[in-house]
Design a protein around this ligand. Structure first.
Ligand SMILES: Nc1ncnc2c1ncn2[C@@H]1O[C@H](COP(=O)(O)OP(=O)(O)O)[C@@H](O)[C@H]1O
Ligand SMILES: Nc1ccn([C@@H]2O[C@H](COP(=O)(O)O)[C@@H](O)[C@H]2O)c(=O)n1
Length: 202
């Protein structure tokens, strides 16, 4: 199994790049999203959950993500959690992810965790300007994650930006390939897809 890590700041285009690679690679591929592994905090009220720092590594159950990658590498399926961003909670249901020739793992902090980092055969960092990422995030969070403009603004200032500078941006140094701009970068996406096709022939 080839394990590909795709990191980058929030709104950088990780999901879009992942989709573009999946379309180009002619092989069965599985996907694990770091976003699915946010810790469940049902003991907190909705207001308290809305104030949690979701951009610090402690907010994510990385031990479970690491365990799931290792299980898939052994050829066994895993039950990936499903996260509800509107209520900041895990759902009761899970998604079964089966092993495949290629495993893509996507998330803002996946290169910031040494034990996780060493599981990747190829590391891609999607590098998009901060202003563009913020504009995308405002639209995405208001349209898809049930957020108000004021809440996105406050969260960005209090936690998203400082954690990006402390954890996400420095993790770029561990990437093998940096894809500027994200989804629209067809040359970068083609190069990654070609490399994957080549690795599949070995
Ligand atoms: N190249 C692009 N141009 C315009 N909008 C984009 C582009 N890439 C992504 N988006 C939009 O920006 C938002 C965030 O993109 P996404 O791929 O989900 O980023 P990430 O997974 O890094 O948070 C989505 O609504 C997506 O449709
Ligand atoms: N309850 C939550 C959990 C996470 N977030 C934000 O999600 C961002 C990461 O997701 P991307 O798809 O943008 O990579 C991260 O920056 C968290 O702030 C949230 O808002 N609420």
């Amino acid at each position: 199994m080839i394990v590909l890590g795709i990191a980058g700041g929030t709104g950088s285009g990780k999901t879009t790049v992942t989709g573009a690679i999946l379309e180009k690679v002619n092989a069965h591929t599985s996907l694990l999203e770091q976003d699915a592994y946010y810790r469940d905090m049902p003991e907190l009220s909705l207001d308290e959950r809305a104030k949690v720092n979701y951009d610090h590594p402690d907010a994510i159950e990385f031990s479970l993500l690491i365990q799931h990658i290792k299980t898939l590498k052994k050829g066994l399926p895993i039950a990936q959690p499903i996260y509800d961003f509107t209520n900041h909670l895990r759902k009761k249901e899970t998604t079964t992810v089966k092993p495949a020739r290629i495993l893509i793992v996507e998330g803002i902090l996946i290169f910031a965790i040494p034990e996780l980092r060493e599981l990747f055969d190829m590391k891609i960092f999607v590098d998009t300007d901060d202003d563009e990422r913020l504009l995308r995030r405002i639209s995405r969070d208001m349209e898809e994650r049930g957020r108000s403009f004021e809440s996105v603004q406050e969260q960005y200032r209090k936690t998203v930006k400082p954690m990006h500078l402390e954890f996400v941006e420095p993790s770029k140094r561990y990437a093998d390939v940096i894809i500027p701009r994200g989804g629209g970068n067809n040359v970068g996406i083609d190069m990654v897809a070609s490399r994957l096709q080549y690795l599949l022939t070995l």
